[in-house]
Design a protein around this ligand. Structure first.
Ligand SMILES: Cc1cc2nc3c(=O)[nH]c(=O)nc-3n(C[C@H](O)[C@H](O)[C@H](O)COP(=O)(O)OP(=O)(O)OC[C@H]3O[C@@H](n4cnc5c(N)ncnc54)[C@H](O)[C@@H]3O)c2cc1C
Length: 228
């Protein structure tokens, strides 16, 4: 397991807002584990595209998957890609428009993606991906067939070259604006949570909502709010 600090290269070094950069590798794990989807950025035919997609993390490896026909994934293989995971934790209302901000946790990963060709490795990755988005589903549901496996492309991305930025807390207003007391200032936190499960209209008889769906906890909130 790679325990080197984050941001080891030029392109992964935070330049602007350096005080928000976090180089502890555990922070990267926490941002990735708290997220559900990422945004994958790939250059296709000379122009960038950004694709929202699922992911899973196993140690220092990030897995991405999709249809083997997906242009973004095909192009990503052996090429430089960039993946971002973002949590918006609150809107920061300042006394000035200029100092308005957002509280967030975000991670950016740079690297070259590799495609998995070995079926056992693909199955392992698909398990990680499935259990990230829908914990408990890997054992609850039918496993992929050979044909389904062939239709699925799985990419790996090393988490060696990554950065994390975190902003939390109140606005950073100018002293004279605080003195003038002309506006409300503070933070409006934003939270996400699971709703009530909706059984499929074609669900067969005899099903109560299984515990892995019903009892699912929301893990996306920042650490301070999890503690509180
Ligand atoms: C929800 C959200 C909203 C934001 N809104 C704004 C906004 O409206 N205006 C604005 O200027 N900025 C905003 N930011 C911050 C923005 O993401 C950039 O960090 C900032 O704009 C600096 O960009 P840059 O190109 O100068 O980055 P640089 O510091 O030059 O980037 C160099 C490297 O630092 C790393 N890095 C940069 N930003 C991040 C990040 N956010 N998370 C993890 N690693 C990073 C990457 O590896 C990148 O390649 C927002 C961030 C989040 C998460």
């Amino acid at each position: 397991v790679n325990r080197e600090p984050l941001s080891p290269t030029d392109r992964s070094t935070v330049q602007r807002g350096k005080k928000r950069a976090v180089t502890d590798r555990a922070a990267l794990d926490a941002v990735l584990d708290a997220g559900l989807i990422c945004h994958l950025s790939v250059i296709v035919d000379g122009a960038p595209i950004v694709i929202p997609t699922g992911y899973g993390r196993d140690g220092d490896t990030l897995y991405l998957h999709g249809s083997s026909g997906a242009r973004s994934l095909r192009t990503a293989i052996e090429n430089n890609i960039c993946v971002a995971v973002t949590h918006l934790d609150g809107i920061v209302y300042a006394r000035s428009v200029f100092h308005h901000s957002v509280n967030y946790r975000s991670a950016i990963i740079h690297g070259r993606a590799q495609v998995l060709t070995d079926d056992n490795e693909k199955l392992h990755a698909l398990r990680i991906l499935t259990e990230h988005l829908a914990p408990g589903s890997w054992t609850h549901t039918r496993p992929p067939t050979r044909k389904e496996l062939a239709q699925t492309s799985v990419l790996t991305l090393d988490l060696a070259e990554a950065s994390v930025k975190i902003r939390s807390g109140p606005p950073g207003d100018d002293d004279e604006d605080i003195e003038d007391n002309t506006a409300w200032a503070g933070v409006l936190p934003i939270t996400q949570n699971w709703g009530d499960p909706i059984p499929s209209p074609d669900l067969g008889p005899g099903w109560d909502t299984p515990a892995h769906v019903k009892a699912r906890e929301w893990k996306g909130q920042p650490a301070s709010r999890q503690e509180g």
